[in-house]
Ligand binder design. Structure first.
Ligand code: NDP
Length: 476
């Protein structure tokens, strides 16, 4: 799932991105004229075999797709409705169904959820991101070759968008006070509901538009079952002109929105309590670093499965626009409602150390593999041991990738724990992210094992014998 929850911090540096721009022409087959095979509009596929029928289902097929399409928004909404100043959730709702129903009933009524002002605010935010994408400068980077032989150009200006938005926000707060941020914090549930409506509308629009003209479809999203294809994503690279909807949604409205929501909750705490707790400061700082890192390395997203393989349908739209911004902010929202949570110096040091350890493992393991895949003889990796494979690619067997087969996941997960620890141990909902993330990473581990086993065959078995631990060295 989108990663569906989004596919995180990218690992390329800007220099690598520029290198890719420079080397892109060499990477693509010789071109008879400047750019005849670079599509900036709809990708036309004159050969019908390019869009074969999908015969195998993921996520338990149409039934699973239906369940997930309905339950994802309910989970996002439910977690937030259940997190109030009375508790997250309040003990009385856990022990008494009557109290739970009494709490939920008025809060999930249409009149409580739908607010035209919140809808306008949400659409305004989306429109702002579109405007920034169009207006701000950015490198044009070529994506990986598509199966019809074309490559697409992508504008990389997510980091510029973040910086410009931050400057504008500072000016607004400076001249008009924090009202805009307080509005977001106070109308959070209505904003979530607006995002849910938008997610369904956009996914339906994408599904219907995929039948217009001859589009390049995702290999996994052309089953002919409307519910399944709506969910999994039918068209591979939906575009309006040269505006790539999938790339745009991956890292902008949801990811920058995540940080904006965090800042809104920090402001709410400051205005209502008169101070910002160390716990809140740490959560916003950690998550801010994660978001900045992802946007700074935006071009890396072009090689992820989300962009190269998955169609753009409900699964990715909901992951990008709903799941990431409205469940990854649970900790900051909780702390804005519980301003008494403070860690003290020892707690601050412990959480900082855990996050730093996680980031160190995550970043150096990912960078090591990137460096090795770019140039195995490069100065940073030439001392590492590796094994040759019949498939052609080499596999590292020392360094980070000799300690566990997915040690990068371990680092990422440690960070997720560090983001929840500042919330203390009184309420469970702030721990939703590390629990869900552990499930996601284990599921992703098995998907990647399957992919590597298929690609490397017996060589993969040899690698597993040399590197027996899966994610956590000496444990699993
Ligand atoms: P990885 O970066 O873990 O890459 C896996 C690939 O690396 C394999 O398919 C294989 O590809 C190659 N590989 C495996 N073993 C070796 C080896 N020993 N030597 C060299 N290459 C090897 O992929 P992911 O996209 O799953 O993860 C990237 C990062 O994104 C992780 O840090 C993860 O935690 C994070 N993430 C975050 C999410 C979030 O929601 N926050 C969601 C998902 C991921 P090949 O051999 O074909 O090159």
């Amino acid at each position: 799932m989108a990663t569906t929850a989004f596919d995180s911090p990218a690992r390329n540096t800007r220099a690598q991105a520029r290198k890719r721009v420079a080397s892109a022409d060499r990477a693509v087959a010789p071109l008879p004229d400047p750019q005849p095979r670079v599509a900036t509009r709809d990708v036309k596929s004159p050969v019908p075999e390019l869009n074969p029928r999908t015969h195998s289902y993921e996520f338990a097929g149409p039934i699973g797709a239906t369940i997930l399409s309905v339950t994802m928004p309910m989970i996002v909404l439910g977690l937030n409705v259940l997190c109030t100043p009375d508790g997250c959730p309040a003990a009385s709702w856990v022990s008494s169904t009557t109290a739970l129903v009494a709490h939920l009933q008025p809060r999930v009524a249409w009149s409580a959820l739908f607010d035209p002002g919140a809808l306008v605010a949400y659409l305004g935010w989306f429109a702002w991101c579109v405007a920034m994408y169009r207006l701000l400068p950015g490198d044009m980077v070529r994506g990986t070759p598509l199966r019809n032989g074309q490559t697409l150009l992508y504008k990389i200006n997510g980091f510029n968008t973040l910086v410009f938005t931050a400057v504008c926000l500072l000016l607004v707060v400076n001249f008009h006070g924090p009202d805009l941020l307080l509005y977001i914090a106070d109308n959070f549930v209505s904003i979530i509901f607006s995002a849910i409506l938008f997610t369904y509308a956009m996914s339906l629009g994408l599904y219907l538009a995929s039948f217009k003209g001859t589009k390049l479809l995702a290999l996994g999203g052309n089953s002919g079952n409307p519910i399944y294809d709506f969910f999994i994503g039918r068209e591979l690279n939906p575009r309006i002109g040269n505006f790539d909807l999938k790339q745009f949604c991956e890292l902008r409205p949801g990811l920058i929105g995540w940080l904006l929501l965090d800042v809104a909750f920090l402001t709410k705490q400051y205005v209502t309590a008169g101070y910002v707790t160390d716990a809140m400061a740490l959560v916003v700082m950690f998550q801010g670093i994660y978001v900045i890192d992802a946007l700074y390395n935006e071009s890396k997203v072009l090689t992820t499965m989300d962009i190269t393989t998955d169609g753009f349908g409900y699964m990715l739209v909901a992951g990008d626009l709903l799941w990431v911004p409205f469940t990854y902010t649970l900790q900051a929202r909780y702390l804005s409602q519980m301003p008494a949570t403070n860690l003290g110096w020892l707690g601050v040091f412990g959480v900082l150390a855990l996050n730093a350890l996680g980031y160190y493992i995550f970043r150096s393991a990912n960078s090591e593999k990137d460096a090795f895949r770019s140039d195995p003889t490069g100065p940073r990796v030439k001392h590492l041991q590796y094994m040759e494979t019949a498939a052609g690619s080499k596999l590292l067997i020392s360094g980070w990738w000799g300690r566990a087969r997915h040690i990068n996941y371990f680092g990422d997960w440690l960070m997720s724990v560090a983001w929840s620890l500042p919330c203390g141990f009184t309420h469970p909902i702030p721990y939703f992210y590390p629990v869900y993330f552990a499930v996601l990473l284990v599921h992703r581990f098995y998907r990647d094992e399957h992919k590597c086993k298929t690609k490397y065959g017996k060589d993969w078995d040899k690698y597993c014998a040399l590197v027996p631990y899966r994610i956590v060295p000496y444990v699993w």
